[in-house]
Design a protein around this ligand. Structure first.
Ligand code: IPE
Ligand code: IPE
Ligand code: MG
Length: 278
């Protein structure tokens, strides 16, 4: 938080927004569905891949802003298991851009103590992409600042299937398969995101009101924030506004809000007091 304010000019719009953020109630984990690259390009009469290229800048901005804010985990949806349905040229360009991003950003990630992790069915990636991704993950493995999860060839259902299969495999190996009983903790600790808290805030750009197979298990109680902004136009201001909106939410998890619970406790106390002492 302090690091963010130091990077801003006092009085400028983002400084004012950052000042309004309560550092004690930051989302520990922000997840983003980076959507709208194709439409951004289409509106400029450019090919879709130009939108993907323009989508690199907001990735850099989001990583930097989360690191400076003190957010612990940022998960970015970069490529879904369904995105293979797109034209080959578009998919190949996405791989090229991923490699470009990794090469370009690695020094900055290191300098800022940022750890990179990839989540998804990575074995299906083209070999050179996989190699560079693994190398970047390995190179940043000991960093202790922000954790950035890149969701690549990721599907929420595929992740749950993979978790259950790895639980089954382990049980077969240790002979406990016949007495195996699943519970939420066992599934959660076998997801790709096992080491992370669930997202507190899920942002989707481009106005689409759907989840598109992202983090299905983990978003059970995430706060959703959808903005009309297309991903290539997403700025630090948009991210700070999302965090501010998040801080206005009353997270009840099916229970009662803290304020309502206090009021009820007070009312209950009033009820049990003998009428003479009221
Ligand atoms: C998001 O932008 C990037 C990826 C899914 C890889 P889109 O490419 O989905 O852009 P729109 O939704 O067509 O505008
Ligand atoms: C979700 O966006 C996937 C990523 C952002 C990587 P899509 O553009 O693929 O989702 P749909 O097709 O609109 O649901
Ligand atoms: Mg899209």
């Amino acid at each position: 938080m302090k690091a963010l304010l130091e990077a801003l000019q006092p009085g400028e719009q983002d400084w004012v927004l950052a000042q309004a953020i309560d550092p004690a109630r930051l989302p520990a984990h922000i997840a983003i569905i980076m959507d709208g690259n194709g439409r951004w390009a289409g509106r400029r009469l450019m090919p879709r891949v130009a939108g993907h290229k323009a989508g690199i800048t907001p990735v850099r901005i989001s990583v930097e802003t989360c690191a400076r804010l003190g957010v612990k985990v940022l998960t970015l949806y970069a490529f879904s298991v369904e995105n293979w349905k797109r034209p080959r040229h578009e998919v190949e360009t996405l791989w090229r851009l991923l490699r470009f991003y990794l090469n370009q950003e690695l020094p900055d990630l290191q300098k800022n103590d940022i750890r990179l992790q990839a989540i998804g069915r990575l074995e299906a990636l083209p070999a050179p992409v996989r190699r560079e991704l693994d190398a970047a993950v390995e190179a940043t493995a000991n960093n202790r600042g922000l954790l950035v999860n890149l969701a690549i060839n990721y599907g929420g259902r595929a992740e749950i299937v993979d978790a259950v299969n790895s639980i089954l495999e382990m049980a077969r190996l240790d002979g406990s398969v016949h007495s195996l009983k699943l519970d939420e903790e066992l599934i959660a600790t076998n997801l790709y995101t096992a080491s992370c808290p669930d997202p507190d805030l899920l942002i989707r750009t481009s106005g689409e009101m759907r989840i598109s197979n992202f983090l299905l298990w983990q978003i059970a109680y995430s706060e959703l924030y959808v903005t009309e902004t297309l991903w290539p136009d997403f700025t630090r201001t948009d991210l700070l506004q999302a965090v501010l909106e998040y801080q206005k939410r009353d997270r009840r998890y099916g229970g009662l809000s803290a304020a309502a619970a206090d009021a009820r406790a007070e009312a209950a106390l009033f009820e049990v007091l003998p009428s003479r002492s009221r």
